[in-house]
Design a protein around this ligand. Structure first.
Ligand SMILES: O=C(O)CCC(=O)C(=O)O
Length: 271
């Protein structure tokens, strides 16, 4: 039983024309915002081939750095990064009720566990719980850890449909991270493994406690810090993974949080 309704319809019942009509009826600012996304919408027709930011149509922008745009109920802020990276921050994306229902469902459905990884030649326990889900064949390896996907659960499938529509791009896997409290964290890293392809689009959905998210350029320069709160969606695109590391530092006193990073493993045939 899924405690919220799917507002995204897949396949032929989700025609691009309907999407364009909605976009066309918005104000000029919003239409500008969607100039990148209309290319992205076209890419939905090629959904099974979309793998990178440029193929997904998210590669170019006409909007200003940090420009705030209104898309449906969601406020979308676009942040330009160095060398062609960019972020799209949807706040809110899920309502508080949807977010807390999703959190509760995921705690029951997802087999969260503490994994051991290799870092600087040493085996260490990750400071959080995690689980990898996806289409058959969507395996993922990072920090010496090779993950075979668990199948999509009902809640993950609903959330994937919602996120795919917002990102105008398809995902065949998701890494679920559960931060049990403020002592759990994620070290700085890039999602730049070869199986993600060049310039991957990574869509990160946050549930539960608000946490600080830091992006730092690999070759020095201005850091970007965001507060990721309940129901926010952060899309990292363009060359972000190539030029930046990101992480979630410890933050004393914070409660439990769940984060879902939807990804596309290249070369996997959609079932
Ligand atoms: O928890 C977050 O917000 C970040 C997760 C993340 O960086 C990742 O899954 O690679």
């Amino acid at each position: 039983m899924i405690p919220w309704r799917i507002r995204t319809v897949r396949g032929p019942r989700c025609p691009l024309t309907a999407r364009r009509r909605v976009i066309g009826s918005r104000d000029r600012r919003s239409r500008l915002a969607w100039s990148a996304s209309s290319r992205a919408s076209r890419s939905l027709a090629r959904r099974d081939r979309a793998c990178s930011s440029s193929r997904a149509g998210l590669g170019r922008s006409r909007s200003r750095r940090g420009a705030a745009l209104v898309e449906g109920r969601s406020r979308v802020t676009r942040v330009e990064l160095q060398h062609g990276g960019f972020l799209l921050f949807h706040d809110p994306f899920l309502s508080p009720d949807e977010a807390s229902a999703a959190f509760a469902a995921l705690l029951v459905e997802v087999p969260l566990r503490q994994e051991t990884i290799r870092l600087f030649g040493k085996s260490i326990l990750q400071p959080r719980l995690s689980a990898w889900h996806g289409d058959p064949g969507a395996s993922y390896t990072y920090s010496g850890l090779s993950l075979l996907p668990h199948p999509w659960t009902p809640a993950l499938s609903v959330l994937r449909a919602r996120v795919e529509e917002a990102a105008a791009c398809t995902f065949n896997s998701v890494l679920v991270n559960h931060y049990r409290g403020g002592d759990d964290s994620m070290g700085k890293h890039s999602d730049d493994e070869p199986e993600l392809g060049q310039d991957p689009v990574i869509a990160s959905l946050s549930l539960g406690a608000r946490r600080r998210f830091v992006l730092e350029p690999k070759k020095g320069g201005e850091k970007v810090t965001l507060e990721l709160g309940e129901g926010n969606l952060l899309i990292m695109a363009g060359t972000t993974q190539h030029h930046y590391r990101h992480g979630v530092p410890k933050q004393a006193g914070r409660g439990a949080r769940m984060n879902l990073t939807f990804r596309r493993i290249c070369g996997v045939t959609r079932p």
